[in-house]
Design a protein around this ligand. Structure first.
Ligand SMILES: Cc1ncc(COP(=O)(O)O)c(C=O)c1O
Ligand SMILES: N[C@@H](CCOP(=O)(O)O)C(=O)O
Length: 468
């Protein structure tokens, strides 16, 4: 399999190169030349298969060579060995035809671990094979950072720099990033929003001398490997509910659009998905874009689901690329307009294509709190605030179509957001003991102003790859 950039002005690459490249040099996102097809028979054959084996079968066709496909089975085995639930991504039913897919049983209690644990192994193996070092720079609204740090801490070939918005993540999220002791980890509290952090990250990728000097790599969902690893749990949950013989809808708490895009990829590969429901909080750019056809970021509003406090949803670019019939010029035009005038209009035919598969629902703060309380009252189940937006959106979908099961993706453990839970149900959830104990140590982070030059200087001074 080979990969092309959505903007069409970067070289086509093989999987291992895409893995290290992160963002394409033209500012676009890598995407496969074609999506591999999984036949109904092969989907049915996933029933009862351990998660690590299912992951190897489904991700394998995206790799470029046979050696990598063989190594993949061992990589998935190790990646999921540390999860606290044997099923890795188990499901719980909370109402008629409404299922919660628990993606928080990994080491940092969020869905990011499902991809990041695997990405860590894959990247490390490629670096060793090529005898290279890398400098990973990531932007986080709270969860990607912790998962990346967990996956890469202590690895001799990698330095990790994580930018998070100062004061805008939960205490647990911050401590997960700042209490680690390994000296290849550098946590930066940026005086700005997640969008500012992601903007700096993308500018660093487009700064060729910097990129080459530090061996820049990315682990946000702009990296294709993240998305493809997240596709797996759509299949495993779909099969558990009767796919390929039954159609299923998915409600996905959404920010950077990586997770819901993974559902779209699963559908392109052959999973019978009825609707993909994008759930947003007050930062509702995606709900507005689908309703009006205009993609127009506004200022970020802080909410009780801080990981979704995002206005520039990077992976929407991959969907738009497909929806325009893979029209590079249309993509370049749209993102030039976003840079110059702060918005673009989705071409009408592309909008129709998107609306044929996606719904979007914006869920306000009071609705989120009410959903946590309702699910606790009716099902005795505690939702984290991000998951609550997805469950609320799923309930709206079930009112329109009660016959099709809806899987709401549970993207984080409620213990990461105890204040929001206490507000809704009057008590604070506990993190698993081993994780809570790790958060007790002293915190280590550097506050930097929202300025690309300051950030790149900080990284250049500390990245070992720049000194080699
Ligand atoms: C807990 C949680 N839920 C939902 C999201 C949104 O996911 P995505 O950015 O893939 O749309 C994030 C951040 O990415 C998150 O950390
Ligand atoms: N919500 C994310 C934001 C970054 O998303 P990613 O999927 O592109 O890494 C976070 O928690 O950091």
């Amino acid at each position: 399999m080979r990969y092309l950039s959505t903007r069409g002005e970067a070289a086509q690459l093989a999987f291992d190169d895409v893995l290290l490249a992160g963002l394409a040099t033209d500012g676009g996102l890598y995407t496969p030349l074609a999506y591999p097809h999984v036949s109904p028979g092969d989907i049915a054959a996933l029933a009862g298969v351990p998660y690590a084996e299912a992951a190897a079968r489904l991700i394998g066709p995206f790799l470029t060579d046979e050696a990598a496909q063989t190594a993949l089975r061992a990589q998935t085995e190790v990646a999921y060995a540390s999860f606290r639930h044997r099923a890795i991504a188990p499901m719980t039913q909370i109402a008629d035809n409404l299922f919660v897919l628990e993606l928080f049983h990994g080491p940092t209690l969020a869905f990011k671990d499902l991809a990041m644990q695997l990405l860590g192994r894959m990247m490390n193996d490629v670096l060793e094979k090529r005898n290279l070092r890398a400098t990973i720079v990531g932007a986080t609204s709270g969860d990607t950072g912790a998962a990346a740090i967990e996956a890469f801490r202590g690895l001799p070939r990698v330095d990790v720099f994580i930018l998070y918005p100062h004061g805008r993540v939960s205490d647990v999220q911050r401590k997960q990033m700042t209490t680690v002791t390994e000296d290849n980890v550098h946590t930066i509290a940026l005086q700005g929003t997640f969008d500012d952090a992601q903007n700096i990250l993308k500018r660093l990728f487009r700064n060729r001398p910097f990129r080459e000097r530090v061996g820049l790599a990315g682990v946000n969902s702009i990296n294709w490997a993240r998305v493809v690893a997240q596709m797996v749990y759509y299949f495993t949950s779909g099969v558990a509910l009767g796919a390929p013989h039954r159609r299923i809808s998915y409600a996905v708490p959404t920010g950077n659009f990586g997770d819901v895009l993974a559902g779209y990829i699963a559908k392109r590969m052959g999973l019978p998905v009825e609707r993909l429901i994008v759930a947003t909080n007050a930062n509702d750019i995606l709900a507005r874009a689908l309703a009006t056809g205009r993609y127009e970021p506004r200022g970020v509003t802080p909410t009780q689901s801080p990981s979704m406090d995002i206005q520039v949803s990077s992976n929407f670019e991959r969907l738009l690329f497909d929806a325009t019939g893979r029209d590079h010029a249309a993509l370049r035009g749209a993102f030039a307009s976003l840079d110059q005038s702060g918005a673009f209009d989705i071409p009408p035919a592309a909008l129709e294509t998107i609306r044929a598969e996606f719904d979007a629902q914006s869920v306000g703060e009071a609705q989120t709190t009410a959903e946590i309380a309702r699910t606790w009252r009716e099902a005795g189940y505690v939702l984290d605030p991000h998951t609550a937006t997805g469950v609320r959106a799923a309930r709206v979908r079930l009112e329109a179509d009660p016959a099709t099961p809806v899987v709401a993706l549970s993207t984080a453990h409620p213990a990461k957001f105890p204040d929001a839970i206490e507000r809704a149900i009057g008590c604070r959830p506990r993190a698993p003991d081993a994780i809570a104990a790790r958060l007790e140590g002293p915190e280590r982070f550097t506050i930097l102003e929202n300025d690309e030059a300051r950030v790149s200087a900080f990284i250049s001074e500390r990245a070992r790859a720049a000194q080699a």
